[in-house]
Design a protein around this ligand. Sequence first.
Ligand code: BES
Ligand code: ZN
Length: 456
Amino acid sequence: MSDAREKALQYARQNGERFLTELKEVLSIPSVSTDDANKADVQRTAEWVAEQMRGMGINNVQVMPTDRHPVVYGEYLEAKDAPTVLIYGHYDVQPVDPLDLWETPPFEPTQRGENLYARGASDMKGQVVATLKAIESIMQNGGLPVNVKFIIEGEEEIGSPSLVSFMESHKDMLAADFCLNPDAGMLGADKPSIAYALRGLAYFELRVFGPDHDLHSGQYGGAVRNPANTLAALIAGMKDENGRVTLPGFYDKVRPLDEEERAELARLPMDEAFYLEQTGAPALWGETGYSSVERVGARPSLDVNGLLSGFTGKGAKTVLPAWAMAKISMRLVPDQDPDEVRQQLLRYLEENAPEGVRWELETMHGGHPSISKRDTAGVQALSRAMETVWGTRPLFKREGGSIPVVADMQQILGIESVLTGFALPDDHIHAPNEKQHLPTWYRGIEALIHFFYNLA
Ligand code: BES
Ligand code: ZN
């Protein structure tokens, strides 16, 4: 092992406590991107990230405004003839509700056992700080053997509305050989992994309208359509008894899985027992003919994310509601397109909404699915780094979650992403009591140190 690499690893070990203190510092800022009440906190978090970069010796650090939340950019381009890695991250987080289910407050990072609990600990301030600390360790011990550029955004959790135009107008600034994206997590504390596929997303709000005001359900019930009943019927019709989505044309562009990949997916430690255990659901269910790992990684899905209508308080109220609303989203796989899926949903509604029913469909955010190359220098460097740290080769997985920037970078910047991270499946991301497993976080920092040296 080179002297510099050994020194960088030692530096990381010696400074581990401080790294954790700094992670806690940024986790204390409530950078909830969806809520305008937190706009100043989001800004403050961007400044925090920029300060970290400046402190490490990164050049040209800028907090660049967008229509909503800023992008933090920085670069270090001193390694002649070495590759340039664009490092992606997001410093925004999801809302914290339901707040009463948190054992300790979401923005008061708290250690319990081997875990650090806070909103964003895992998704993904923990991953951003791990990457910064790996680079700091290298820079403090002989300099970076590769070039790096950072693009750390504040809108990922709201679908990155500014990022496409940001990338389009900063193509030269962002030019790189590939992107390191540590937002994809790993399979278990002893199961490092690299993701090679992500699902896309198409998200909608559907409203169904009935009478022009709430009615007494005895006085008028039976004489008019109840929008809650209508909405429920429309939703029920969106999937058939085999778990297949019924929107017209929905599967037309779905790339089929070949037998080789099916066999590979079947070897992952993600059997039916894994999904039962992770979900706590009484049974698994999905599209007939596919295993859970296939359903999540390689098949599209449609889910109601929220429902609202009528009386939902304590006790009973005999009301016939004036309207009903559902948040409905689809996870998409290559080569589905969120705009086409919107058209399919519109057609389904036009064909299936009963006559005399008024409805409105609002499109929320979306994102394209992606498949990434697996035989790149970046993947090889990371694979060897993970093997060095965990003593076992990383597993290659398809991820069911969405990171739309990966497809956008392929499209706009023409680069592939190396997808990994030190988040675990039971980190409760987007939920109460989100956590980061700290031994995995420290291993992650070491793995990234190896990764940058392996690349050189
Ligand atoms: N880090 C997640 C994506 C993810 C989820 C990776 C689960 C691995 C496992 C990311 O921050 C996220 O939540 N993305 C959103 C994207 C959406 C808002 C466009 C998602 O998947 O819901
Ligand atoms: Zn997230």
